[in-house]
Design a protein around this ligand. Structure first.
Ligand code: TXA
Ligand code: MG
Length: 362
């Protein structure tokens, strides 16, 4: 059980930071408390990386299984060296992080002995990133310690992209919530394991894996679990086995081999819905701006994720849309698929997992 805390919520404008609020939050981190803070991806739930008791409180607050490790957030290269042992790595990590940090890219690297096993769930590797959000960077900086933080949702729920999500999930469970409005990307960081060669994508995220491949001039292994089409092997990627992002309402992803002819694709979706309609009364369709009108003659609710020509927009709206499914009290939700390129891979990973692998190819 988590303790019931008196949570303070501070609004912080990222373009004009009131330092006194970050100071107070940093003091909470230094004294072993919990702070929810914005990042450019989703909100994080942070504690002092080097304080075991504080780290354990993160798991209690989220209801997170203890075998699901956390990401360490740093604000400087000195802090990278405090948590990561770069000696066994042949790749030039400094060049790589110079290119992509601060930013939504997390690397798995060997840990130093200073990082407690509570953070890494018993592993000798650690997940680390430097976030590109002024409030997150200021908080880590003023705390004078790297901050271990998973996403600030209750375990199993979609990651929070809006202040109301964190307030709903975390009031009473943390000491301070720093509210800086909607997060920029709306999906979590891309996670790449650099302890193996070739590197392996563990989670597609806000940075398309192709961008990292282009820079490294080498292929990154993309296992089926990173696409969201297979359950994960525990040894490779702890934590990914847990049900994620899932609404209580049954959700089906209707996928196609080819999204170039949307008229024909939606025609098939409509046929599929017609069959379902005999047994389920209220159906929700999660569509795109290009297709929403094609459902107009159907007795269904339609939500629009965004434009197919702007996957950034689709990714950004994804989690708040998933959170809203249950509020609409429908019997079933179906969602359109997207081509697995660039952010499309990230979107499909999240949708497939949200559906509990309830994937239908039409
Ligand atoms: O954008 C993000 O990454 C956000 C913000 C707050 O930074 N964080 C986030 O953390 O999404 P979350 O709740 O997804 O948890 C981190 C995941 C774990 O589930 C685990 O799969 C992976 O990172 N991870 C952490 N340490 C690992 C390790 N040593 N080896 C393999 N995977 C690891
Ligand atoms: Mg998470």
């Amino acid at each position: 059980m988590h303790r019931i805390l008196n949570t303070k919520v501070f609004k912080v404008d990222p373009d004009n930071i009131e330092v006194k609020y970050i100071e107070e939050a940093a003091e909470v981190i230094r004294s072993g408390g919990l702070v929810v803070f914005p990042t450019e991806t989703v909100y994080g739930l942070g504690a002092d990386t080097f304080n075991k008791d504080a780290v354990v409180k993160i798991f209690e607050a989220k209801g997170r299984p203890l075998d699901n490790p956390l990401i360490i957030h740093i604000a400087s290269i000195e802090q990278l060296e405090e948590v990561v042992d770069l000696k066994p790595i042949r790749l030039d990590v400094y060049r790589l992080v110079e290119k992509f940090w601060p930013g939504p890219l997390t690397f798995i690297l060997p840990k130093t002995q200073h990082v407690p096993y509570e953070v890494t769930a018993g592993r000798d590797t650690v997940a680390v990133r430097m976030p590109a959000h002024p409030v997150a960077l200021k908080l880590v900086d003023l705390s004078r310690t790297p901050i271990a933080a998973p996403s600030a949702n209750l375990s199993g729920k979609p990651s929070p992209t809006l202040p109301e999500h964190v307030i709903k999930d975390m009031v009473g469970r943390v000491d301070i919530i720093l509210d800086s409005g909607e997060t920029l990307y709306g999906v979590e960081s891309t996670i790449i394991d650099l302890t193996i060669d070739p590197p392996m994508l563990l989670r597609p995220g806000a940075i398309p894996v192709e961008e990292v491949e282009k820079y490294l001039e080498k292929k990154i292994l993309i296992p089926d679990f990173a696409r969201g089409v297979a359950e994960v092997s525990e040894a490779l990627s702890p934590g990914m086995k847990y049900k994620h992002y899932a609404p209580n309402t049954p959700l089906i992803v209707l996928e196609s081999e080819d999204y170039s002819n949307l008229q024909s694709y939606v025609g098939k979706i409509i046929k599929y819905i017609d069959v379902l309609k005999s047994s389920r009364k209220k159906i929700l369709v999660i569509a795109s701006r290009e297709t929403e009108d094609l459902y107009r003659d159907l007795d269904v609710i339609v939500l629009v994720l965004g434009s197919r020509n702007n996957l950034f927009e689709i990714a950004k709206n994804l989690f708040s849309t998933l959170r809203s499914i249950d509020e609409l009290s429908v019997d079933l939700a179906v969602v359109e698929g997207f081509e697995e390129k660039g952010l499309g891979l990230t979107i499909m990973n999240r949708l497939r997992k949200a559906s509990g692998y309830n994937i239908v190819k039409i």
